[in-house]
Write a protein that binds this ligand. Sequence first.
Ligand SMILES: O=C(O)C(=O)[C@@H](O)CO
Ligand SMILES: [Mg+2]
Length: 258
Amino acid sequence: MPVFAANLTMMFNEWSFLDRFDAATEAGFTAVEYLFPYEAPPEVIADRLARNNLQQALFNLPPGEWAAGERGIAALPGRFDGLKADVEQALDYAAATGVKRLHLMAGLADPSDPEAASCYRRSVAYTAERLADKGIDLLLEPINARNMPGYFLNDFGAAERLITELGLANVKLQFDIYHRQIMHGDVAMALRRLLPITGHIQIASVPSRHEPDDEELNYPYLFAEIDRLGYGGFVGCEYTPRGRTLDGLNWFKPFARS
Ligand SMILES: O=C(O)C(=O)[C@@H](O)CO
Ligand SMILES: [Mg+2]
């Protein structure tokens, strides 16, 4: 049975960020993920996890100036010193929360620009090495161009090639099924092929990015396939509820902790 992580950036927005940990637990989740923890002190987040007996599945390394439109800095020339500081900040939060995988956003850059490609490779290799010291996986997530125009890592093939070429045991794919379907389709076959290099899975309906219970993907089939393939990681629920979060959790009832 997949272990689902509530994405607290997108779900449970009826509560303040810290209260979302309690709300997700009440709803039966045993794990959480979110984009960024950095506005709350690490020990405060650690306390919310501990008091709810929740596992921290994933969060992102700092993404640069998000409010100014940045979506990561790994592929941006001239930002390597900033990236090094970001890695140390993320590791402080990782130590407090016990998270075992972190996502590094690439940034907005032309994937055919050799300078961006070289910066990205250097950033990934450096970050992977720092995380490996702590037993943490580094995740790379291809993101579709409709949601994030101009994003550097906009292709599953490019992610697979880089992961394979680097050959670093802790660099893995963040397989967001929503992005996969929009970018390439062929989800089940891609899961079968890419599972050996996959460190985290995320889900949402396509095209609306709501609960995984409607629209063009057959999630019951995909959940069974993920189990059949022996996936032992988390499945992040990275969707915007159609209405109130709790009203949209019928799909999750068979998997909820009682
Ligand atoms: O956009 C997505 O999909 C994500 O998983 C975000 O966490 C971007 O990191
Ligand atoms: Mg995602």
